[in-house]
Each structure stands twice: as C-alpha cells, then as structure tokens.
Ligand binder design. Structure first.
Ligand SMILES: *Cc1c(COP(=O)(O)O)cnc(C)c1O
Length: 355
C-alpha cells in the first residue's frame, strides 16, 4: 500500500533526494569511498558546502551582507546562541507557542526580555496582532510557523529593530524578503534535509557587537569566518540539503513551492470546514500552510482513535496531533504531493459517510 507521510518532523523528503543521498553514502562522486568516511576537508567535500551556500542565496534571493552557515545542535541550541550573540540589554519576543516560549526562556538568562504579545490565552490558536515593537530592544524574535499549533506568520514584518526568525518548519515554502531580517534559522529536519544540521542566515553587520565574552563554538563569528568548517560539520545532512535545494530549484523555486503549499492547504482546509465531523483548531486568518491541525467536533470526540486507525489503514502516516492540541495534524511540507492530500480528504469523506 502506498504510504503518505504527514509526519511533523523529521518528515517527508522527495524520493530522489533520499536516493541521491543514499547513493553518496555508498559511493561519493565515484571515489569508491562513502560520504561518511571522507574528511570534511577533502577537496571533493568543500564544493558541497560552497554549492549549498550558493543555492541558499540564489533560491531565497539573499542580498549582499548576509552569511549562510551550517551548525549542529538543532534550532534549540540557537535559542541560547541568539541572546548570547545579540542581547546586550533587552530583547523582544513574540510568544506564539512552545518553541517560542523555549526561545524566550533562554534569552532571560542574558538580559531583560519583553514579551510583546502572546496567544497563550487561547492555547496558541492565533497569531497576535496590533503589538508594539520596542525600538530600544536589541532584536525581535518570532517563530514564523508554529509547527505544533498550525499557525503561521505569512508576511515579513516591518520592524524598527532586527527581526530574528525561527523558520524551522516553513523555510523554502514561500519567497521571503531576507533584507527585513537580522537572522533566520532553523533545524533542517522539517522542510530542508534530514535531521542533524541547523541552518543560519545572518546579517554580518550584527555580529561582534555585544560586550560579553562568547565561547568560541557559540559565537556566530567563528562559523562565519571558517565557512562552517571550524569543526567537523554534519556532512551527510548538508549533502542531503544540497540535493533538496537542487530539487526545489528544478521544480521552479520558492514561488512554485508556495503555489503548491497554497493549493494543498486550501484543499484540506476546505474539507475540514465542510466535513460535519471535523473542525480546524487554528483561527482562519492565522492558519499554517505547513501544519494543518484539526479535531473532531465535540459530539464526535469519541471517534478519535477510530479515525486514526482508519486513516492509518488507508496509508496515512503521522496524522496524530501533538499532545498539546490533540486530534490530528497533517504536516504538508514541500515534498507532500497533492495526491497525498487528496488521499487524506478521501479518508475524511469515507469516515464521514460511515458516521
Ligand atoms: C522542531 C522545531 C524546533 C526544534 O528543533 P530542533 O532542531 O529539534 O532543536 C524549533 N522550532 C520550531 C518552529 C520547530 O518546528
């Protein structure tokens, strides 16, 4: 039976990306050696990093004055590296969920933190609006896509201070105006690569400004200066990211990724809104194109385990919702086909007809 992978992360990747990465693990560039057993400083590997950086810049249209680096530690390590590198006195945080809260918690270790708005009052089902950004803060931190709750900030915010965005789960899903950001970062395992590498796009002029001492490995300048080669970078995940970037470019770039994301998400939300059994959890104007969250209506709540088992029997994988939201979550990253979304909709309709 065909499986449709709706996992939230690590998550779906194009088949050809997985195959190319697997092939390089067996025989890298016809060298007779595995990608896993060569030096990251081998002359064959440097072009992989260079090309990955170049494709990042090309596909996202990153302007001059920004560096792209690859690190370990996941998005979670960035939560502490960000204040370490940028928080002198005060930072502003927009609280839109668990990841945003975790980022904010780390910043409090380094200075004053202003939470400019929060949607915690309604279990993070919406993106707050009408907040004020303090012009005297060092930066504003946002989480552009809230993977757990299925909410997303789809515009690039105008801000008097540098915006730092956790784009772990929506990077490369739409064109972004990088010039409006001081830094964009994320774990690769949602929409870029396999687990193991973190990407950071950082505006060079923001580096080296804080007065505190920064441990070498936690200092962005170290990695910018050494082109992600200060220590051994995650070689295989970077190679996998390169294959995926080539795939994105060949498909038509981020404009095409956005078109597909709109098509998939509109179709699924239309079914959620139409189907008598289900209801979406995120407010309509805050809905994510990447993580689509829905639950059974109160009167049908006892059917939850039954629907999950039914969807699983039809080949759906990973549609169980996060424990903080319950119900169901269909993560529809770049590699998710329209066919996959239609198969999930067919499940929902068949289940509705049976009840
Ligand atoms: C998954 C996720 C994280 C955590 O990423 P790690 O790489 O596991 O540290 C952080 N932020 C968002 C928005 C996520 O979706």
């Amino acid at each position: 039976m065909k499986k449709y992978n709706f996992n939230a992360g690590p998550s779906i990747l194009p088949r050809e990306v997985i195959e190319a990465t697997a092939q390089a693990c067996l025989d890298f560039n016809g060298s007779g050696l595995s990608l896993m057993e060569i030096s990251h400083r081998a002359k064959d590997f440097q072009p992989v990093v260079d090309e990955t950086v170049a494709l990042f810049k090309e596909i996202l249209n990153i302007p001059e004055g920004y560096s792209v680096i690859f690190l370990g530690g996941g998005a979670s390590l960035e939560f502490c590296m960000i204040p370490y590198n940028f928080l002198e006195k005060k930072a502003a945080y927009l609280n839109t969920g668990v990841w945003a809260t975790k980022a904010e918690k780390e910043a409090k270790l380094f200075g004053e933190v202003v939470e400019i708005a929060s949607s915690k009052d309604k279990n993070f089902t919406y993106i707050p609006k009408g907040y004020e950004i303090p012009a005297d803060a060092d930066y504003l931190h946002i989480t552009s896509n809230n993977t757990i709750y299925g909410t997303e900030i789809l515009e690039d915010i105008d801000s008097p201070i540098p915006v730092i965005a956790d784009m772990s789960s929506d990077i490369f899903s739409r064109p972004i105006d990088v010039s409006k950001y001081g830094m964009i970062y994320g774990g690769a395992q949602k929409n870029l690569s396999m687990a193991g590498v973190t990407f950071v796009i950082v505006k060079d002029e923001l580096l080296g400004k804080v007065s505190r001492q920064i441990p070498t490995m936690l200092n962005y300048e170290t990695h910018v200066k050494k082109g992600s080669m200060f220590n051994t970078p995650p070689v295989v995940p970077i190679y996998c990211a390169l294959q995926n970037l080539k795939w994105i470019k060949a498909q038509g770039g981020v404009k095409e990724m956005e078109r597909r994301a709109i098509e998939r998400s509109e179709l699924l939300y239309a079914e959620i809104d139409r189907n008598k059994l289900f209801v979406g959890t995120a407010e309509k104007d805050s809905r994510s194109r990447m993580n689509i969250t829905f639950v059974l209506k109160d009167e049908y709540k006892d059917l939850e385990a039954e629907f999950l088992a039914f969807a699983t029997s039809k080949g759906m994988v990973g549609v169980k919702g996060h424990r903080d939201v319950g119900g169901f979550r269909a993560s529809c990253y770049n590699a998710m086909s329209l066919e996959g979304v239609k198969a999930l909709i067919a499940c929902m309709q068949e289940f509705e007809a049976a009840h």
